[in-house]
Write a protein that binds this ligand. Structure first.
Ligand SMILES: Nc1ncnc2c1ncn2[C@@H]1O[C@H](COP(=O)(O)OP(=O)(O)OP(=O)(O)O)[C@@H](O)[C@H]1O
Length: 264
């Protein structure tokens, strides 16, 4: 399954992530059947598809949390499966992940959550680790009053920001975001979109973002990959998507909630 439609974005295109013929399934069921997908350095790729189409499963397979049945996942130019344990750990330090529900450790404060990846991967003095965690928390727009709060004391938007600060803890080159704006009100979601754009600019990030949010697609994404029926339906810009023939894409981008995108 090759990428059916691709429009060039930007002059330089260096793949940072490539899946080739990726197959992922559970028991008798194949969820993703031969996915070829490329994410180029510096771009924001939005991944869309109907509920249950395998967006999260694909993300988890790419970052090695789920085994794949066949195919390859190349990150930073190397086949992740073929790496030694040490090399995998080194690779994992070069990406950050924001899971759908934030996945913060409930028994740790915001500050401790953000410090956690540094504790695991870097031999830093405690004071420096804490200082870096404070900077990351500031970077995502949370005030010092959030430092000592536990996840149960945070609003949905604060959880997303704290989880983003943790994902940024190790200065990743690529950020994986699983529905970063779900559960946020429209103002909170728009602010989060702005934050992603600012961080991408400031930190030179590549972003792989699973989303249902049409506004995020329009505001943040350079290209969009649409999954459906176990395969890649289409890859392209928003304007490519607006002209798509696929019935699901026509419904998705032609529905009442997408009307404003035509004018965007
Ligand atoms: N651990 C698992 N065991 C068995 N089936 C699973 C497992 N995880 C996911 N699935 C199945 O894989 C399919 C794809 O799930 P996935 O979570 O990737 O969907 P999605 O596209 O992210 O959906 P949504 O938009 O609703 O979040 C679903 O049918 C789901 O039930």
């Amino acid at each position: 399954m090759s990428e059916p439609t691709t429009t060039d974005v930007g002059a330089e295109k260096t793949p940072i992530l490539e899946t080739k013929n990726l197959v992922v399934g559970f028991g008798d069921r194949v969820v993703i059947d031969g996915l070829d997908l490329t994410v180029n350095r510096g771009e924001v790729l939005g991944v869309i598809g109907p509920s249950g189409s395998g967006k999260s499963v694909t993300l988890r397979a790419i970052i090695g949390l789920l085994p794949h049945r066949s195919g390859t996942v190349k990150v930073f130019g190397r086949d992740y499966q073929s790496l030694s344990r040490r090399e995998r750990l080194e690779t994992e330090q070069r990406w950050g992940v924001l899971f759908q529900q934030g996945a913060l450790f409930s028994s740790l404060t915001v500050l401790e959550n953000v410090e956690f990846p540094m504790r695991e991967h870097l031999a830093l003095p405690a004071r420096l680790r804490r200082e870096i965690a404070r900077l990351k928390i500031e970077l995502v727009g949370l005030g010092p009053e959030a430092h000592n709060l536990y996840p149960s004391e945070l609003s949905g938007g604060m959880i997303k920001r704290a989880a983003l600060a943790r994902a940024l803890a190790l200065d990743p080159e690529i950020l994986f975001l699983d529905e970063p704006t779900s559960g946020l009100d429209p103002i909170g979601a728009a602010r989060f979109d702005e934050l992603i754009l600012t961080l991408r600019q400031a930190l030179d990030l590549t972003v792989y973002m699973v989303t249902h949010d049409l506004d995020s697609l329009a505001a943040v994404c350079d290209r969009i990959a649409a999954l459906g029926r176990g395969k890649l339906l289409m890859v392209g810009t928003l304007s490519d998507m607006l002209g798509a023939d696929d019935p699901w894409l026509r419904d998705y981008f032609g529905g009442p909630r997408a009307r404003h995108l035509e004018k965007a």
